[in-house]
Design a protein around this ligand. Structure first.
Ligand code: ADP
Ligand code: MG
Length: 239
């Protein structure tokens, strides 16, 4: 189980400081949700953890090991994006196999991992389709399935439901909750600006505001004892 620790992490783009002295200690196997308004730095924080952006200052530790200079592919992290990020010219199977082939797994191992993930996400029937022949919900399930095949120690989700319609959002949210139960050893970090998602999925919630951590706590703690007006407004405000 992989713990994730951020120590005084700062991120600037040019002269614009987007994250300021972020300190967080996430336990292995935890489901942590980052919430906060648009533009507060949620995606940037995920991208720093994934290694898709460089950390300007501070340290990222996974399992006690400093990760700042470790290549994304060597971090043991999978990420699911709002926009699915599937390769349009490849079939579902090829999309899922691609990263595993790059990692030089045997074809038997690749088939076994894909079959297991496809079964978990109920996408076995779509293996020969191209992404454009799938609905949004099916595409996101493929993207989640592909992420699972990498057997990550840390699973990152960046607003995975925001392109789905309301009914599918509920279904997919329940699927992600089930996935967390099933992959109990995998640390999950989930970004959303939706309070319902945060309150229902999280073991702990991290509230971000303009590049700062406002509060960290269980959904109940944040609801019952918000540390600031901002948190109270965010957790308590009507949707
Ligand atoms: P969120 O995901 O919470 O909506 P982001 O992390 O995407 O917020 O963005 C935080 C801030 O950083 C925003 O002001 C955004 O404009 C800025 N930002 C993000 N990525 C870049 C970039 N590559 N270059 C310059 N500014 C960026
Ligand atoms: Mg974002």
């Amino acid at each position: 189980m992989a713990s994730v620790e951020l120590k005084n992490v700062c991120k600037s783009f040019g002269t614009v400081e987007v994250l300021r002295d972020v300190n967080l200690a996430l336990e292995g196997g935890e489901f942590v949700v980052f919430v906060g308004p648009s533009g507060c730095g949620k995606s940037t924080l995920l991208r720093l953890i994934a290694g898709l952006e460089d950390i300007s200052d501070g340290d990222l530790m996974i399992d006690g090991q400093r990760m700042n200079d470790v290549l994304p592919a060597k971090r043991g992290i999978s990420m699911v994006f709002q926009s699915y990020a599937l390769y349009p010219h490849m079939t579902v199977f090829e999309n899922m196999a691609f990263g595993l082939e790059q990692a030089k797994l045997s074809s038997d191992e690749i088939k076994a991992r894909i079959a297991q993930a496809a079964d978990m996400l109920q996408i076995s029937d779509y293996m020969e389709r191209k992404p454009r022949q799938l609905s949004g919900g099916q595409r996101q399930r493929v993207a989640i399935g592909r992420a699972i095949t990498r057997q990550p120690r840390v699973f990152l989700f960046d607003e995975p439901l925001s392109n789905l319609d309301a009914a599918l959002r509920v279904d997919t949210r329940l699927e992600i909750a089930a996935l967390h139960k099933r992959l109990a050893d995998t640390t999950m970090i989930y970004v959303t600006h939706d309070q319902v998602e945060a309150m229902t999925l999280a073991d702990r919630i991290v509230v971000l505001n303009a590049g700062n951590v406002e509060q960290v706590g269980t959904p109940l703690e944040l609801y019952a004892r918000p540390a600031s007006q901002f948190v109270a407004g965010f957790i308590g405000s009507p949707r």
